[in-house]
Design a protein around this ligand. Structure first.
Ligand code: CAA
Length: 387
């Protein structure tokens, strides 16, 4: 039985900060961002946007195509959850009006949790093919102002419907994983922003890739040449380039410059202009590959490397299904990106600080253009609304 991604759709916010604007403000050569880290823009969430409204925006077009009462579980992966106790998925469940005959749970391990949720959903469907599981990976990446991480912020959510006989990608059994207790990026409970040992985090990422790859090849007997397309967790696109260089070195593969670009660029188009979206970024990269590679991918094998600081990593693969192109939501992805509004640095800071306030009572003025928004907080309870 094939199990995997039947439908996939992503969302991002209605605003962005250009790294040209950012570079000018900080008096830094813009090429440090355009070339050095490979980023051009960061999607910025206004105060009335959080992971729940982003998730609802990502999931709604999927639910519009199915009988939503069939959803038997929501697995919600996030680093930037909205409550220490209640799952963000339950807010989403209410907002989207899903059946009470549904279980909901939040997954956490930094940027790895989206891949974990996808694998768990796949296992649930293998156990009972009647299951239709909604996997959400949603994050708002936020670092302190004037830190090295500030240029690598961003936000986005990816919704994936996991079923038997999937129309887009069948997840293959066998994966390679690696866990190591390290402090490269973390966010203590009292903080809204992540702390990071930036250079160290890039080293641990690449080391985890080597270990996960070694485990993957042992588990599956597959080699580099068995894989047609490579998707990586993308905190910034230069990281994916470094990852692919590392993989080719470890696998002892020589690629021409053109082959290297062909294997990496289509999966980075969106990430370069959205920024980091933590748990979602690997799957934003997958959407980027599907929407931007103008070739027939049917029957091709795609690999996924997920890295979550702290750290947990996994390397796994899937096979593209016949007719997948008929169910892609490319137009929605591209329209959302194109319609974003640019922010000045001062406007970005205003959003940044208002979102940061610890409030028990607030009604947000509307900046989020919908279709769902965080309307306010009353007595510490969050209220959402359809726009
Ligand atoms: N023109 C061209 N290139 C330039 C340049 C210029 N004018 N100026 C600098 N560069 C290059 C540098 O040579 C460097 O290239 P290499 O990495 O190939 O050496 C690159 O631009 C970055 O420059 P710096 O190293 O000086 O940049 P920095 O000190 O500001 O830090 C960073 C970069 C550590 C990645 C920082 O952005 C950061 O801390 N980011 C957050 C953490 C992160 O994303 N880590 C990734 C791995 S962890 C992970 O993946 C989980 C997650 O999502 C957080």
């Amino acid at each position: 039985m094939n199990v995997g991604i039947d439908l996939i759709h992503f969302s991002t916010s209605d605003y962005f900060l250009g790294l040209d604007t950012f570079a000018q403000e900080k008096n830094i050569d813009v090429d440090k961002f355009y070339i050095g880290i490979g980023q051009e823009k960061m999607s910025i969430a206004p105060p009335d946007e959080d992971v729940v409204s982003l998730a609802a925006k990502a999931a709604a077009p999927i639910l519009a195509q199915i009988d939503k009462s069939d959803i038997s579980a929501i697995l919600f992966a996030t680093e930037s959850g909205v409550d220490q106790s209640k799952s963000a998925g339950v807010f989403l469940h209410g907002l989207l009006g899903l059946s009470p005959r549904c279980r909901v749970v939040e997954f956490k391990h930094a940027c790895y949790s989206g891949a974990a949720a996808l694998q768990m959903a796949t296992a649930l469907v293998h156990m009972n093919p009647k299951e239709k599981v909604l996997v959400i990976a949603a994050d708002i990446a936020k670092y302190d102002v004037d830190t090295s991480g500030e240029a690598t912020q961003g936000c986005g959510a990816v919704a994936m419907l996991v079923t038997e006989s999937p129309r887009i990608l069948a997840i293959e059994p066998g994966s390679g994983y690696h866990t190591e207790d390290v402090m490269d990026f973390w966010r203590p409970n009292h903080r809204k922003t992540a702390l990071v040992d930036g250079k160290y985090s890039t080293k641990v990422y690449l080391n985890s890739l080597k270990h996960s790859w070694a485990h993957f090849t042992e588990q599956t007997g597959r080699s580099f040449s068995d894989i047609n397309h490579f998707c990586y967790h993308i905190p910034f696109t230069k990281m994916a380039e470094k990852a692919h260089h590392t993989l080719t070195r470890v696998a002892k593969v020589k690629l021409t410059h053109e082959q290297f670009l062909a294997q990496t660029q289509p999966g980075q188009v969106y990430n370069r202009i959205i920024g980091n979206s933590y748990s979602a970024s690997l799957f934003v990269g997958f959407c980027s590959l599907l929407d931007n590679l103008k070739e027939d991918l049917q029957g091709r094998r795609v690999s996924f490397f997920s890295y979550g600081s702290g750290c947990v990593a996994e390397f796994f693969t899937g096979l593209m299904q016949p007719g997948y192109e008929k169910v892609l939501m490319t137009h929605s992805h591209q329209t959302q990106i194109a319609q974003r509004q640019p922010l000045s640095y001062a406007e970005y800071l205003a959003f940044y600080h208002q979102t940061d306030e610890a409030v028990e009572n607030i009604e947000f003025s509307q900046a989020n253009k919908g279709p769902y928004r965080l309307a306010g907080i009353q007595d510490h309870k969050r209220y959402y609304q359809a726009v």
